[in-house]
Ligand binder design. Structure first.
Ligand code: IPE
Ligand code: IPE
Ligand code: MG
Length: 245
């Protein structure tokens, strides 16, 4: 199979990585940022068009205050120090999630970098921040009710297409491959609708130890998978059966 167009990653295991080394959880997150930089480069090298990183879930606000503050500080420094690299590599930055609920300075830094990079056609890097798939669906439902009241949406004709157009991911293809590190087998409120036919790859490696070769291993596993999308044959077989092929 071809390489995945869209790879989404649930970056997990920073806390356990740190605890095993008798370090603070924040030290684990700091190390995790280094992996983020490596995986962005790995995605570029491997010609991945869309990379989506789950960085902070809406449920993560329920962690101890010092951890949440530390994560916001790390996000701020990432935005500050990675700007150059993103511009140099023509990376287009996007976000999903209710970013307007983030601290004001963080929100503004994100918006500014998004607008600086929106014309780029290199890798599209989407960061999920204050993201919850369930909240995203709530927001889509509200937006659609609003559109119907304004007369721009006909409720009778709603199909999944209209719902997808109201999700934060409206400009992104569905993820082909979802990688979760640290050996956990769950989606934790990430892209629940968009992952309908995604291939899922679980790595037992903690995120701070995850590297380019682990990323490439996930891609090569993906390439051996047979995606059927509910049919009984793989796509290439179906293609050969098409009358004009
Ligand atoms: C993932 O690592 C990063 C975030 C959720 C922000 P964790 O902090 O969840 O690490 P573990 O799962 O506790 O090891
Ligand atoms: C998912 O990891 C969220 C992110 C990677 C940002 P969590 O560590 O928060 O998820 P659970 O609590 O293990 O399900
Ligand atoms: Mg975790």
């Amino acid at each position: 199979m071809e390489i995945p167009k869209h790879v989404a990653v649930i970056m997990d295991g920073n806390g356990r990585w740190a605890t095993e080394r008798k370090l603070s959880r924040i030290e684990g997150h700091k190390e995790g940022i280094k992996t983020v930089k490596k995986i962005i480069q790995a995605a570029i090298k491997n010609n991945i068009q869309y990379l989506t990183l789950y960085a902070f879930s809406s449920e993560n606000w329920n962690r101890p205050e010092d951890e949440v503050i530390g994560l916001m500080q790390l996000l701020n420094s990432f935005l500050k120090f990675e700007e150059k690299t993103l511009l140099k590599n023509k990376v287009r930055l996007k976000t999903i999630g209710r970013i307007y609920e983030l601290p004001k300075n963080t929100y503004q830094a994100i918006e500014s970098l998004k607008s600086k990079t929106e014309q780029f056609d290199g890798l599209t890097l989407t960061v999920a921040l204050n993201y919850s798939s369930q909240n995203e669906i709530v927001d889509a439902v509200k937006a659609m009710i609003d559109q119907s009241q304004k007369g721009t949406l006909d409720i009778e004709n709603i199909s999944y297409k209209e719902i997808a157009q109201n999700l934060d991911t409206k400009d992104l293809p569905d993820p082909d491959l979802i990688i979760r590190t640290s050996g956990e087998y769950r989606l934790s409120n990430f892209l629940l609708l968009q992952s309908a036919y995604s291939e899922i790859y679980i790595s037992t490696i903690y995120w701070p130890d995850f590297n380019q070769s682990h990323f490439e291993k996930a891609i090569s596993h993906y390439r051996k998978r047979e995606r059927r999308f509910g049919t009984i044959m793989n796509k290439s077989t179906l293609k050969n059966l098409e009358p004009n092929s």
